[in-house]
Design a binder for this molecule. Structure first.
Ligand code: MC0
Length: 140
């Protein structure tokens, strides 16, 4: 079902400060950065060695962002665990059949034109699980 850990998402208040911290403390470099208006985030992907898995820093774009709400309630820290899948529609359907709530009826646009959906954290042991079907032409 899942082919690898795509990324681990961390909520941060200030993206530039967080990027600087990860660069200085852990020698990690940004491989991709974008703003996703629909998701209400500015985000940066940082490579974890050559593993293919990334760390995703997520900063809120505005006060109504899910990340703003998360920061207010829980403070900065782990917000989501994302798995790579080859077919997000098929995996979403399988998980629905298994009784898990998917957040969106249809996949939405994620990082680098990936197609994404989420499992509600209350149905996944307190973990917000993201499903990521990568765009064909990307390596992150
Ligand atoms: C909320 N809860 C969480 C959680 N967020 N538990 C674990 N991890 C999280 N991230 C828990 C709360 O503690 C609470 O539990 C209950 O769920 C309801 O929380 P809430 O504060 O009332 O929040 P809601 O229900 O308004 O929203 C939660 C929900 C939301 C997961 C539906 O955050 C959401 O739609 N997330 C998916 C989109 C997203 O996260 N976008 C930002 C990343 P108690 O026990 O207190 O009731 S964008 C992204 O990831 C894209 C760019 C990408 O990777 O491609």
């Amino acid at each position: 079902m899942f082919t690898q850990i795509d990324h681990v998402g961390i909520a941060v208040a200030d993206l530039d400060e967080a990027i600087e911290f990860y660069r200085k403390a852990f020698d990690m470099e940004v491989v991709h950065e974008e703003t996703n208006e629909e998701q209400g985030v500015r985000e940066a992907m940082l490579a974890v060695g050559g593993s293919g898995s990334c760390l995703q820093l997520l900063a809120p774009l505005n006060e109504s962002s899910t990340i703003a709400k998360f920061l207010e309630k829980s403070g900065p820290g782990l917000q989501q665990l994302a798995y790579t899948v080859t077919d997000v529609d098929a995996v979403s359907e399988t998980l629905r059949e298994r009784g898990l709530r998917l957040l969106y009826p249809e996949a939405r646009r994620g990082t680098a034109n990936s197609r994404i959906n989420f499992v509600h954290p209350k149905d996944a042991g307190g973990v917000l699980v993201e499903l990521v079907e990568k765009a064909k032409d990307t390596d992150h």
